[in-house]
Every structure is written in C-alpha cells, then in structure tokens.
Design a binder for this molecule. Structure first.
Ligand code: FAD
Length: 395
C-alpha cells in the first residue's frame, strides 16, 4: 500500500505538516492527523482578542477543510503514547495508528509548580491563557471586570517559552482595555523572572507614550525573586513585597508536550533535539519534531517558526518516502506585537542549518521613534499574515 505519515498535533506545526505533505504528494502518501480537540483557538492573535480587536470566532478554526480538501484522515482523539518499536501511535481508547514516518508537534505543557502555589486548579482563579481556548475567555472576562484604581499582576515566564514578546504584547492590550474605559488609575504590574525581554526598548517606549504610569515592569534585581502565588487572596509574593491583583495572570515555565517526553524524544532541557537540516528527531530517524516542542537553535517558539519548520520536515518526509528532491533547509520567522491601535512593532530573521543548530543568517527589528505610518503598515501586514498562515495550517 501507500506509505503512511501520521502527524501528532493539529496546531501551527502539525496542521502545516499534514496539509503540506498531502498537497505536495498528490495522493501518493496516506496522511493521518491526530488532534485531541475538535476546534483549535490560536494563541497567536489571542492578545488582540483580549484587546477587543478580534472576536473569539475569528481566532478559532476547525479541521473540515483538511479532511475534505486534501484527503487527510483527521482523528479527533487524544494520543496516549508512541510505540516506537512497533511504529504506531497508541490512542487513549487503545486503538493503534501505524506510521512509516511520524511528525510530532504537540506544542508545550506548563510546568505548574515552577511557580510555588500555582496549579491547574489555581488557573481557574489565576488564568495563564498560555494555551488558547477556555483560558483565553476567562482571562478576557476577568480583564473586562477590572475597575479603575485596581491592579493587574502578571507573573511572566522564564526562558524558553512560546512567543517571547507575548507577555508584553498582552500587558499592552490589558492597558489598552483599561485606558479605553477611562480607567487610567488602574495599572498592570509585570513581575519577571528574566532580567530583560524581547523588544524591551520598543515596549517601554510604547507604554510611556500610550499608557503613562499604567504599566510597571520589575525584573529579578528589583523584586528579588517570585516566592509564591496565593489564589485564595489573589496575591503574588516576592522577596520585595506582596502584590495584590484584582486579576493575576500567571504564566509558568514550559516544556515540550508530555507525549514527546513520554516517547523519549526530549533531553534534559525538556525539549526535543533535532537535526537542523530536516527537523528529524535525534532520537529516532522515523520521527520529526516541529514547533514549540523542538530545540530549534536561534528560532523563537512561534507559530511562524512552527509553520516554517513543518515545511522543512514535510520536504524531508516526502524525500524519505517518495524519493522527491530535498533542498537545503531554510527557515524564517517574524513576530508582530500590537502595542496600541495601529502601533505595531516586529522582529524577525531568516535562518539556515549550521552543523550544530538552526542559526540566524540575517535579522531585522523595529526601531524606537519610528513614524506612525510605518507602525500602522506593520499592523496591516500582521493581519494578512494571520489570514495566510491560518490558510496554510487549516486549508
Ligand atoms: P500548538 O499550536 O500548541 O499545537 C499543538 C497541538 O497538539 C494542540 O492542538 C494540542 O491539542 C495537540 N496535542 C498535544 N498533545 C496531544 C495528544 N497527546 N493527542 C492529541 N493531540 C495533542 N506565534 C506567532 O507566530 N505569532 C504570534 O503573534 C504569537 N502570539 C502568541 C500569543 C500568545 C499569548 C501565545 C501564548 C502564543 C503566541 N504565539 C505566537 C506562539 C504560537 O501560538 C505557538 O508557538 C504555536 O502555536 C506552536 O505551534 P505547535 O504546533 O508547536 O503547538
């Protein structure tokens, strides 16, 4: 019969890989996509939903077009394990899905106890919203309930985590919502375990310009370390002080999705080593790991990166199975962040595979003091990016 490819995870990396392999092989390869959820809400643009720039439906996507348009078999169920010896994915109901090549893109899981006092149960009171869906709606509802004079406290994550500028774009959107309601006496306090963060100068300039006095950022040299959160009292305790939030947004440390670790694909870092030329797992030559779960050298964990890596993996998979031509790997990424209406900054790079890692070959970043029309152009560009990447993932 035909060679069989199974893709585990129907997010930015997995959706792209499944669609690309099915499309380019034109029926020569049997493609199955395993995804536990019937619908997928994108983390990317979820900050714009928080800010009131998008509605929830517009960031939520289904798998119908992948099935009807590309002949992909979509299995909407949870995978329980990967049996690498038998080359099959074992589903939670015990059924088995055999593969010749497996693409693994399960995203991240949260390390709940990386913030003492935090837990999955605590996330009902102190949402993380670092996986999109019900958590995103909860965070929005809680944000909309914040009153003038109150305080939002965000516990930012340590490196490495998905979307380096994401927490700071989120803080901007929170401040925007407060300001738009005239709640300029409310504020957003960010307690960060990192001494610096992505696009810091650009965010600092934007906060000063649009939200003076409303966003405060403290690094570890100021707060001394995050000691604990207490969901019952809504507080975050650091060496310096105890911060009370009408809303506390805790974004804990992250690791590769559990199934990748259980399949033996991760190293001590909690993420999956790959061959920088192909995204092939260092642990198993029949398996490729893409997206947030992979160790992708200089590339940040983003949907743009996951999509780019999935295309490289798709090419390598087709090379393995149908002898199609495999070109040298090229990757790219751009991350846009909306600071205020029409004020959007970006950072990005092109990458190639060096001997040891995916390495940045050229890069660009927005500058402070740029004219408003350039920032507005960035925003328009980000809107078209969202349309094109979601079409690339979901058909
Ligand atoms: P995911 O997209 O998370 O997909 C993983 C999928 O695997 C999930 O659907 C999950 O249900 C499924 N899965 C996992 N385990 C199993 C299992 N055992 N069985 C079945 N299914 C399983 N990126 C950008 O490029 N631009 C942005 O502007 C941007 N903004 C962001 C803002 C926020 C607030 C956040 C949190 C992230 C943002 N990102 C952005 C990052 C982006 O969302 C991720 O990097 C991207 O989703 C990674 O893709 P992935 O395929 O690795 O994982």
């Amino acid at each position: 019969g035909k060679p069989r490819v199974v893709v585990l995870g129907g997010g930015a990396g997995g959706g792209t890989a499944a669609r690309q392999i099915a499309k380019d092989s034109a029926g020569a390869i049997d493609v199955t996509l395993i995804e536990q959820n019937a619908r997928y809400t994108t983390c990317f643009f979820s900050n714009l939903y928080l800010g009131g720039f998008r509605d929830f439906d517009s960031i939520t996507h289904g798998y119908d077009k992948l099935a009807s348009g590309y002949g992909i078999k979509v299995v909407n169920a949870r995978a329980a394990a990967v049996d690498r010896d038998a080359k099959q994915v074992v589903m939670a109901d015990g059924s088995k899905v055999p593969y010749d090549r497996l693409v693994v893109s399960p995203g991240i899981d949260l390390i709940w106890d990386s913030v003492p006092g935090y837990s999955e149960a605590a996330s009902e009171t102190m949402p993380h919203a670092w996986k999109a869906g019900p958590q995103t709606r909860l965070l929005k509802a809680r944000l909309d309930a914040v009153e003038n004079g109150q305080q939002i406290v965000m516990v930012a994550p340590p490196n490495p985590y998905r979307c380096p500028p994401g927490p700071y774009e989120r803080a901007s959107m929170m401040a925007h919502v407060l300001k738009a309601k005239g709640h300029t006496g409310a504020k957003v306090v960010i307690l960060d375990p990192k001494p610096k963060f992505s696009k810091q100068g650009l965010f600092a300039e934007g906060w000063e310009k649009h939200y003076p006095g409303m966003v405060e950022w403290y690094g570890p040299d100021v707060h001394g370390g995050i000691k604990a959160v207490d969901p019952a009292s809504g507080t975050v305790t650091t060496d310096l002080d105890t911060f009370k939030g009408a809303l506390v947004n805790v974004i804990p440390a992250q690791r590769a999705g559990t199934i990748a670790a259980e399949a033996g694909l991760t190293d001590a870092s909690g993420f999956c080593p790959i061959d920088p030329n192909s995204m092939r797992s260092k642990a198993d030559e029949s398996i490729f790991v893409v997206g947030d779960a992979s160790i992708a050298g200089d590339m940040p964990k983003s949907a743009f990166s996951a999509n780019s890596q999935a295309k490289v993996a798709a090419m390598a998979v087709r090379g393995d199975l149908t002898d199609s031509r495999v070109f040298p790997a090229r990757y790219s990424n751009t991350c846009w962040s909306l600071i205020a209406p029409n004020d959007d900054v970006k950072v990005g790079a092109q990458y190639t595979a060096s001997e040891t890692k995916i390495a940045s070959a050229s890069s660009f970043v927005s500058q402070t003091g740029e004219p408003a029309d350039l920032r507005q152009h960035n925003y328009t560009e980000s809107l078209s990016w969202y349309e094109s990447i979601t079409a690339d993932i979901f058909g």
